[in-house]
Write a protein that binds this ligand. Structure first.
Ligand SMILES: *Cc1c(COP(=O)(O)O)cnc(C)c1O
Length: 351
């Protein structure tokens, strides 16, 4: 029997997507998807459909460019800083966890004057801090969903400077207003597709404006925008599978429907955590993530028994990140409500 994967990433995709992707490995118009030329009309069509699906699903305005690149969100930390630096050479960051901290480091390494406007570090990042932006910065960077700590921005920062966001772990989970942003990036392997591609959504007017005189070719988003995301060999299979997943999302009601389902799944699990005397949520209630739910046992002595209980229910990937401990249930789009019900049953019967 297939295991129920609550892992934080790489994560599950719909069964139908796994099946169709596996068929294409053997036969995609008479070749394997793994061997076709990225310049072939068949793959150019895949790339265009993937970009078009992103545009449709997220209502991306016309004056934004959509790219599938490589390097993961970790390279995005650097790419975003390099491309968004302007005359002040000063950047604002909100530090909401390990990924945000890594983005801050890249900005510092580039020599930008890097201002941490707010941080929740003193409470092990269990909440989303308020911030006040008075200085002139080139851009404000934040992480919309903090995969490790289970916190999520419920409202996006409202600022007059360009807004940049690492949306790796909640993009396509809910409706967003792309027009608020100059740049959004997301590693694919949380909610888009398999590992290997990274999505960038960039406002056209933000391209070619960096204060860095010379950006290395691959790291310059304008390079890729000019080549319709085909500057060099893209990760063909990763993009193909991401396209299948986005197609599936569209066929199943798009973001509106998945958002409802994600809210339902989160409500179900948080309600069990709040009503079950054996468990305790770790994130501040107002900032709780719908994607990654973090919780602990009130009594550590119960750990072995609880671990045995969820493991025998065929659940995997529930262990929390080492920096938080306890448990983390990652509930990306493809995780079914049945799987969440199974986990809730295990917790319920455990008390
Ligand atoms: C997983 C994750 C990353 C790291 O992504 P890579 O693609 O592995 O570099 C960055 N930010 C967030 C919010 C993540 O969840």
């Amino acid at each position: 029997m297939k295991k129920l994967n609550f892992g934080a990433g790489p994560c599950i995709l719909p069964e139908a997507v796994f099946e169709e992707a596996s068929k294409a490995v053997v036969d995609f118009n008479g070749l394997s998807i793994l061997e076709i030329s990225h310049r072939s009309p068949e793959f150019v069509a895949v790339m265009e459909e993937a970009r078009q699906l992103v545009r449709e699903l997220l209502n991306v305005p016309e004056d934004y460019t959509i790219l599938f690149l490589q390097g993961g969100a970790s390279l995005g930390f650097l790419i975003s800083a390099m491309n968004m630096a302007r005359e002040h050479k000063k950047a604002g960051y909100i530090n909401t966890g390990a990924w945000a901290s890594k983005a801050i480091i890249e900005s510092e390494k580039l020599g930008l004057d890097t201002v941490v406007l707010a941080s929740s570090k003193e409470k092990n990042f269990n909440y989303i801090p308020d911030f006040n932006l008075v200085e002139k910065v080139d851009y404000l960077h934040f992480t919309s969903n903090n995969t490790i700590y289970g916190t999520q921005f419920k409202e996006f920062p409202s600022v007059s400077c360009p807004l940049v966001c690492d949306m790796s772990s909640d993009i396509f989970s809910k409706e967003i207003d792309v027009s608020k942003f100059d740049l959004i990036y997301a590693g694919a392997q949380k909610n888009i597709g398999p590992a290997g591609s990274t999505l960038y959504i960039v406002k056209n007017t933000a391209l070619g404006k960096s204060s860095f005189k010379s950006i290395p070719t691959y790291l310059d988003l304008e390079t890729h925008a000019k080549k319709d995301s085909m500057f060099n060999t893209p990760p063909v299979f990763a993009i193909y599978t991401a396209m299948l997943n986005l197609r599936y999302l569209k066929q199943n009601g798009g973001i509106k429907e998945i958002e409802k389902l994600n809210n339902k799944k989160a409500a179900l699990l948080y309600s069990e955590i709040d009503n079950n005397p054996s468990f305790e949520g770790t994130a501040n209630k107002n900032d709780r993530s719908t994607m990654n739910v973090t919780f602990t046992l009130k009594d550590d002595k119960d750990a072995e028994a609880f671990d045995n209980a969820w493991k025998s229910a065929n659940i995997v990937g529930l262990k929390g990140h080492r920096s938080v401990g306890g448990y983390r249930a990652s509930m990306y789009n493809a995780l079914t409500i049945d799987a969440v019900e199974r986990l809730v049953d295990v917790m319920h019967n455990f008390k």
